[in-house]
Design a protein around this ligand. Structure first.
Ligand SMILES: [Cu+2]
Length: 508
């Protein structure tokens, strides 16, 4: 056989495999029960941790989940699922210490919930269907109530069938302001990607899974499906310019609501990271000009406009569709003028990521003794019924081994990635301290709730089991979570009265 024949044969084999993958739906109803360990005696999570307003000031919001034709720019629109009719949903701003009440009304024809990403709150307010509540059915409502502790950048999103619902726009920013904000000006930017061209979606969905996992950059296997990048639901020329005077400094809060990592390039010397995942980082006067932000991650920067001319913060030009994601920075003194297509993103000289700077307040001054130690190995596998799956310790949720804890335990989790894709691992209801990477201890540890674990990497994290409940620990590439990469931090003294699947169709 000549080489051309071998090549054609391989391509046919690959396509056949993709077609097989495509028709073997990842959603299997045979596994919709929680592992036996969670169905134990003890206290129901509904009987612990309620918070009350007391003398706190109460901030009330109403969010309605509804379908909306969303205009991404002059040429592109999508049929989106929204909170209050916009993508992102209405930004919620409160002050540290406020008591927050959010009334969720569901006007979609599918069940939804709201998860308060990064918030330390009572378990029953965590918004995970089948674990902390029943999914909110079409036409029904649910009220979330909690204290807004710890100023910082958070976000909210549906946790029901998240791979689809967050993808369709059910997310928004949740900002807890300090009593006296340090910056006069601030902006929030939620980054996302969309499959606007549905034909392309269907075509590339089949090849994407294989191509993504074989391209070797660890990037999301579903990347090929998406053709449009957005900033606050808008793409390209439709992105709102940032107005600042020369020399002025603003706090910019970036939230990655999508499943791809983003690399934003800033003008040289203009940016310093000030917080990651809601935690202040120790000031280092960083001179990096590229910010790498993982799916689900939040990074806040102090950005100073260098001069009067229009500047740009934009996706690394090497990224596919980077031209969609440019934030013009204009000055009134310069007439606020710019031509979007001529905004040129500089090249990256050095990069800063969520784990680059140490936290101002650490959870543990020194590496603690652990009461519970768990090795979490992330891998990819094939399941004859489900196609490609994403595993924790070679198992797929809900068969993944749980992390059993008792209140007060110090929990150590060593995370390794033996697969070929990036996995941004997110823990609910707690913050953890990242103590070491690839066996080397951080001089200045960082406190986070999401750690981006790339192929071959190893991180050791510690957290204190100080918030009783049943808490998810999962990959925030929600497609991976959907295909199995989920486990539970399971407090032994409590149980969840809810069920996966069932009449409420709970799909965490
Ligand atoms: Cu993943």
């Amino acid at each position: 056989m000549n080489r051309k024949w071998v090549g054609s044969f391989l391509i046919i084999l690959l396509l056949a495999f993709d077609v097989w993958l495509f028709f073997n739906s990842p959603f299997s109803t045979s596994k919709q029960t929680l592992p036996a360990e969670v169905k134990k005696d003890g206290t129901s999570i509904l009987d612990i941790g309620n918070q009350e307003a007391g003398s706190r000031s109460v901030k009330k919001f109403s969010l309605t989940a509804q379908e909306k034709e969303w205009q991404i720019n002059a040429d592109k629109s999508v049929s989106a699922w929204t909170y209050n009719g916009t993508v992102p949903g209405e930004p919620l701003r409160v002050t540290e210490g406020d008591f927050v009440k959010v009334h969720l009304k569901n006007e979609l024809n599918v069940p939804v919930t709201i998860h308060w990403h990064g918030m330390i709150l009572p378990n029953q307010m965590d918004g995970v269907p089948g674990l902390t509540q029943d999914a909110v059915q079409p036409g029904e409502s649910f009220t979330y109530e909690f204290i807004a502790n710890d100023a910082g950048t958070y976000w909210y999103h549906s946790h029901q069938h998240s791979s689809k619902q967050v993808d369709k726009g059910l997310y928004g920013a949740f900002i807890i302001e300090e009593d006296a904000p340090a910056y006069q000006q601030e902006q929030t930017y939620m980054l996302d990607e969309w499959a606007v061209n549905q034909d392309k979606q269907n075509l590339t969905n089949m090849g994407g899974m294989m191509m993504g996992s074989m391209s070797g950059d660890g990037e999301a296997d579903t990347k090929q499906m998406y053709d449009t990048l957005t900033v606050n639901g808008k793409s390209g020329e439709a992105i709102e310019p940032l107005k600042m005077d020369a020399g002025e400094t603003a706090r910019l809060r970036f939230v990655n609501a999508g499943y791809q990592q983003h690399r934003l390039v800033f003008p040289e010397g203009s940016m310093e990271v000030i917080a990651a995942d809601g935690e202040k980082v120790a000031s280092e006067g960083s001179s990096s000009n590229m910010l790498e932000i993982a799916p689900g991650e939040r990074i806040d920067v102090a950005f100073t406009k260098q001069g009067e001319e229009t500047e740009v913060i934009g996706e690394d030009p090497q990224t596919q569709n980077a031209q969609d994601m440019k934030i013009p920075v204009v000055s009134e003194s310069n007439g606020d003028s710019y031509a979007y297509n001529q905004l040129s993103v500089s090249s990256a000289s050095s990069k800063v990521t969520g784990t680059s700077s140490g936290s101002e307040d650490v959870l543990f001054k020194e590496t603690p003794e652990s009461d519970v130690s768990y090795h979490m190995d992330l891998s990819m596998g094939m399941d004859m019924g489900e196609g490609m799956v994403f595993q924790i310790n070679n198992k797929v949720f809900p068969d993944t081994p749980l992390i059993p804890v008792s209140e007060g335990d110090v929990v150590k989790v060593r995370i390794t990635n033996s697969g070929r894709l990036n996995h941004p691992m997110h823990l609910h209801g707690h913050r953890f301290q990242v103590a070491s990477k690839n066996g080397e201890a951080y001089e200045n540890p960082i406190v986070k709730d999401l750690i981006h674990v790339k192929p071959g990497e190893e991180y050791t994290i510690y957290f204190k089991a100080s918030n009783r409940g049943e808490w998810l620990f999962h990959c925030h590439d929600n497609n991976h979570a959907d295909l199995g990469m989920v486990t539970i931090v399971d407090y032994q003294s409590v149980y969840s009265p809810f069920k996966l699947g069932g009449e409420n169709n709970n799909q965490p």
